[in-house]
Design a protein around this ligand. Structure first.
Ligand code: DP6
Length: 360
């Protein structure tokens, strides 16, 4: 489906005022998005697991106004947040060609994350996704004929314009973003639920986020994506990612944990290898990140328990494993891994299904 499908056309209905509230989860990429082209088009397809507990809850109040133009107030945890406004302003400007009705309203946005702001967990994915679904609910109010499929696709399309990875936080437990020949209906414009038959071993996967460094990232994802433009290994990386996605698809369908682990850990280290080999180069891992990885590898080989790790664009480690091993793995987390975390903090999350409407 082309982008023109997402241009809203006036159907004759106007809403004067109202409020909606939605939650949208964070997601963790297994095949990484790192590198993009103009217009938030990913340089390669990516695949993620949707999370449950790490999420953003956003309420959108809207009121019809006289003067046309983008206008909003933003509150984060109940406090007015001027410093977050430029990002939202830019988001509104980007989505305006597709949602011209936003010019008709004044919006008040109240947003809150279930995870601490300073946890090093990116809030842009869940935050942009939560805002996008609220706006789609407004659009559905203007166009009641809209079906659920269009709602989700356009919500993902809009979220992508806010932050690429946000398009994988709308709907589905496993989501692919970026055109890939083996994923039906996959698109560079929005995320689609993984179309394969997910093997039961992956259906309730756990993700314990080990909070190594809760500070602000020194290099933003936006800068990191940009550095892929003149990166010496970019071409190989953009060929490797779709090949890894093909192999991961097979592993997810057959329940091949060994292949899953190899692909997922290699993707995580490749992401950081890209950072270390860009110019300027940078390192987001901390010594504790490597300590945790070493412990995960020892635990896996000693007890033959299929745990593995992935990394996002930071020092935190995501520990992934099937639910069947939860009791033993949580003992390992408490005793061995937590001491390497900042203030021993970690978040036990698990696979979820996407954004949810919250009745007001
Ligand atoms: C390492 O989605 O945060 O988490 O599109 O510039 O907002 P922007 O980038 P963002 O990048 C995420 C990068 C990643 C990998 C991933 O989630 O696929």
């Amino acid at each position: 489906m082309g982008q023109e499908t997402f241009v809203y056309e006036f159907v004759g209905k106007k809403l004067t005022e109202g409020s909606f509230q939605w939650s949208a989860p964070s997601n963790i990429a297994l095949v990484k998005y790192w590198g993009k082209r103009e217009g938030q088009i990913p340089a390669n397809p990516s695949l993620s697991f949707t999370l449950t507990h790490c999420k953003t809850i956003t309420r959108l109040d809207f009121q019809l106004k006289e003067i046309s133009g983008i206008s909003f107030d933003l509150f984060f945890d109940g406090q007015s947040k001027e410093e977050f406004k430029p990002k939202i302003q830019k988001f509104f400007e980007r989505i305006r060609p597709y949602c011209p009705y936003i010019d008709d309203y004044h919006f008040v946005i109240h947003t809150h994350n279930t995870f601490p702001h300073s946890s090093g967990i990116a809030s842009s994915a869940s935050g942009m996704a939560a805002l996008a679904v609220n706006l789609m609910q407004l659009e559905q109010g203007l166009n009641p004929q809209m079906d659920a499929n269009y709602f989700n696709q356009k919500a993902s399309f809009l979220a992508r314009l806010g932050s690429g990875s946000a398009c994988r936080s709308i709907s589905g437990a496993v989501v692919v973003w970026g055109a890939h020949s083996e994923i039906a209906a996959s698109s560079d414009y929005y995320g689609v639920p993984f179309d394969g038959a997910l093997h039961p071993i992956f259906q309730d996967f756990q993700d314990v986020i080990l909070l190594v460094d809760k500070g602000e990232k020194k290099v933003s994802s936006t800068v990191g994506h940009d550095l892929m433009h003149q990166h010496p290994f970019a071409q190989q990386r953009f060929e490797q990612a779709p090949a890894n996605l093909s192999r991961l698809k097979t592993a997810l369908e057959t329940g091949d944990l060994e292949a899953f682990i190899a692909i997922v850990e290699s993707e995580a280290l490749t992401l950081h290898a890209m950072m270390m080999t860009s110019m300027p180069y940078f390192i987001l891992m901390k010594p504790q990140t490597l300590q945790i990885i070493e412990h995960i590898w020892s635990f896996r080989s000693q007890f033959q328990i299929p745990v593995c790790f992935t990394l996002d664009a930071g020092a935190n480690v995501h520990l992934l494993f099937p639910k069947a091993h939860k009791t033993r793995v949580m003992e390992f987390v408490q005793e061995v891994l937590a001491p390497w975390c900042q203030q021993q903090h970690f978040i036990a999350d698990e696979m979820g299904f996407g954004a949810q409407k919250i009745d007001l």
